[in-house]
Design a protein around this ligand. Structure first.
Ligand SMILES: [Ca+2]
Length: 297
């Protein structure tokens, strides 16, 4: 399945894990990465581009909206050189990729704020009747009453625009991702996997985890990797429900609202089994140290 992934890479490490998982999944063909909630205009995109190239992946990376946030980019010092990145605001390159994504029944996967997707809806209105979208974000019952889920809260206006835009959207809400089953900390085998490989590709993810655990939270929930898995596995069960998104970004049941497709439950054992199968390779494969190029290299 062709995918374009829209990510706030470099904050919560679950984005980096999600990208590694997507790249290791033969079910997916990652056609582009777009960064959201940019830092210093394009730092997330520059880092993703450098990180992908270091592992032999030649995938176009586009810098997206900068919301002016100065927190939650933890990897500034890992950026080397001054290499340019593409931008969603310039050139025809992204239009070509999205046009092909539409023609090939691909999916746009949003695992950050919704500013880019909202902008692209306005820019290319016809394409979105063909492109399916999977979005991590929102909550029906948020774990902190009265608070707004992170990805929605980053840009509520854009989230509401996308929510209202129609039935091509599928939402993985935090009710099914902010759960202990998806918790990863420095004692988890997933941490050991990244800590046990010294190349830049793995080191970056481990560093992302170390800094997040030290400065933000003691663990990270794998919201974004679960969302990736739902593209090709029955890890998330969706149902259609009549809902609106309130002015403050809450998902609220409303009997007269239009139907939206929203996560109803999740199978975490199925998710972890696939992560284990794809990331924890056999000793023979590990000893070659060359498996990062198995797809696009
Ligand atoms: Ca994210």
């Amino acid at each position: 399945m062709p995918v374009v992934i829209d990510t706030d890479f470099g904050g919560d490490p679950d984005d980096a894990v999600a990208l590694v998982y997507a790249l290791r999944s033969r079910e997916l063909d990652v056609r582009a990465v777009i960064t959201s909630d940019e830092y210093k205009t394009n730092h997330r995109a520059r880092l993703v581009q450098q990180w992908l190239k270091a592992a032999g992946y030649h995938i176009p990376v586009f810098s997206g909206h900068d919301l002016g946030n100065k927190n939650l980019f933890l990897l500034d010092d890992l950026i080397e050189g001054n290499e340019d990145v593409l931008s969603i605001f310039q050139g025809d390159e992204l239009k070509k990729i999205l046009t092909n994504l539409a023609a090939d029944n691909g999916r746009y996967v949003s695992i950050g704020g919704l500013s880019n997707l909202s902008y692209l809806h306005v820019l290319f209105p016809k394409l979105w009747s063909s492109i399916q979208t999977t979005i991590m974000g929102g909550a029906v019952h948020y774990h902190r009453p009265g608070a707004i889920e992170h990805n929605i809260g980053l840009d509520v206006q854009s989230a509401r625009t996308i929510f209202k835009s129609g039935k091509k959207n599928r939402w993985v809400v935090s009710d099914h991702t902010f759960v202990p089953e998806l918790s990863v900390d420095a004692t988890h085998r997933l941490y050991s996997y990244f800590a046990g490989n010294e190349d830049f590709f793995h080191m970056l993810v481990r560093t992302n985890m170390d800094r997040f655990f030290r400065t933000c939270y003691p663990d990270s929930r794998m919201h974004d990797p679960l969302t990736i898995s739902a593209l090709f596995l029955p890890t998330v069960i969706f149902s259609t429900q009549r809902m609106i998104m309130s002015a403050t970004g809450e998902f609220v049941t409303a009997p007269t609202a239009t139907l939206v497709e929203i996560s109803a439950s999740a199978n975490y054992d199925c998710f972890w089994a696939d992560i284990d199968a794809k990331l924890f390779l056999s000793p023979a494969q590990k000893s070659t140290g060359n498996y990062s190029k198995q797809k696009n290299g």
